[in-house]
Design a protein around this ligand. Structure first.
Ligand code: PMP
Ligand code: GLN
Length: 405
């Protein structure tokens, strides 16, 4: 029989699913895939339940129910001072994942170049490749993950159509500064290019770090597609409700893409998200404060065990250097090893790289979990490494290699 699509045939199961399956197999505490282990706000759940029973269960309008489009416009004004027309500048999607794909479809023609930062989120490159785009990767370096200005400028050229980036950034926890965003904005204007801004963790920033949408910078209003996710903002990742904010020309094309992938997102969930976005500022402050406390709990615990823990300014994840523990395998071996032997799952950070020789001694741990779950994971890791320290290095490396899927 004829071969199926070459790109998808060459695409494996993603690392989040891989590690979650492994975590289930070993009954491990899953600090791998980034999802909260508590339900989102009770009033938002109630709004969704009510919205199932009041007779609006047929197709929603293609770009989203008016309530949610208005709510997305209102939060853009409330948090960022952006004036957004809910009828022409908002597209509701089935999660940020779809929003990303639709935004890229709106921009890319075969052969267009797209600039991205490594480490990068797993769906970016496969979608770009399906569209025939040519990725130009610029690597950020730990521990500060600062923007390498010269390399970034060198990645832009006459064929650059867009930059695609994520702030607050998964997995690094970096929040882009105004100066870094201004550098990106300058390049976009000089090269007449667009930006797809993955801002799903916009409300999860810590220690006074503020999320700044690139769209708020001078000259950027017409060049950016700004993407949010109710999954992150309401700790309801299973809902898969996302939203794009963009000028009418960009929003129209993203909507055309959405029309052909999903057409319309479930109306009940949309209406509940509209209710959620109207919550007062204290909800958003408590979301960030709650996550900051969890970050501190996990980061301090990992530090006590001996990990080199990197600073985290936003999002759900702590990235930790495991080399001080004396483990001699790479990050995949380490994550398999702790899943099997300490029964705690994490994500190897090389999964977020495609280029040559990525740093391979970091593991990403999700802290969007209940405090007792974080404590349980830390206890398991502490016990394991206390015992493992008594084991000769070579044995530890062998046992890491033996931990295969
Ligand atoms: N972008 C990033 C950086 C993410 O971490 C995630 C989700 N986990 C997404 C996009 C996808 O969001 P959603 O679940 O709304 O599709
Ligand atoms: N975004 C989540 C993470 O980074 C995972 C999403 C998924 O499993 N596709 O952990």
């Amino acid at each position: 029989m004829k071969p199926l699509n070459a790109l998808l045939s060459a695409t494996g199961t993603n690392i989040f699913t891989t590690m979650s399956v492994l975590a289930a197999r070993y009954d491990a505490i899953n600090l791998g895939q980034g999802f909260p282990d508590t339900e989102g706000p009770a009033d938002v759940l109630r709004a969704a339940a009510d919205a199932l029973l009041d007779g609006r269960n047929q197709y929603a309008p293609m770009t989203g129910v008016p309530e949610l489009r208005r709510a997305v416009a209102a939060t853009n004004a409330r948090f960022y001072g952006l004036q957004v027309n809910p009828d022409t500048e908002v597209v509701v999607t089935s999660g940020a994942t779809e929003a990303l794909a639709a935004s890229l479809m709106a921009l890319i023609d075969r052969g267009d170049e797209v600039v991205l930062f490594e480490p990068l989120y797993d769906t970016y490159l496969p979608v770009l490749r399906m569209l025939g785009a040519v990725p130009k990767l610029v690597r950020l370096q730990p521990p500060k993950w600062e923007l390498p200005h010269a390399e970034l400028a060198a990645a832009f050229g006459p064929k650059t159509k867009a930059i695609l980036f994520n702030t607050p950034m998964n997995p690094t926890g970096k929040v882009f500064t105004t100066a870094e965003l201004a550098c990106i904005a300058d390049l976009l204007v000089r090269h007449d290019a667009y930006a797809v801004c993955d801002e799903v963790y916009e409300h999860i920033t810590f220690d006074g770090w503020q999320h700044i949408p690139l769209m708020t910078l001078p000259g950027m209003r017409e060049r950016c597609l700004r993407i949010g996710s109710a999954g992150k903002t309401f700790s309801l990742t299973g809902w898969k409700v996302g939203y794009i904010t963009a000028c009418p020309a960009l929003a129209t094309l993203a909507a055309r893409a959405h029309q052909n992938i999903i057409f319309a997102t479930p109306p009940n969930l949309q209406r509940a998200v509209a209710f959620g976005l109207a919550k007062d500022d204290s909800y958003f402050q408590e979301l960030a404060a709650g996550m900051a406390a969890r970050r501190d709990r996990l980061a301090e615990g990992l530090r006590r065990i001996g990990f080199g823990v990197m600073p985290v300014q936003g999002c759900y994840f702590v990235t930790a250097d495991f080399s001080p523990l004396g483990f001699s395998g790479d990050d995949m071996a380490f994550c398999r090893h702790i899943t099997e032997h300490a029964r705690v799952a994490a994500i190897p950070v090389t999964a977020f790289y495609e280029g040559e020789a990525p740093p391979d001694h970091y593991a990403r741990f999700a802290f969007c979990k209940r405090p007792e779950v974080l404590d349980g994971a830390l206890e398991r890791l502490a016990t394991h490494f206390a015992t493992a320290h008594a084991t000769p290095r070579a044995d530890r490396a062998r046992s890491a290699q033996a931990a295969t899927l």
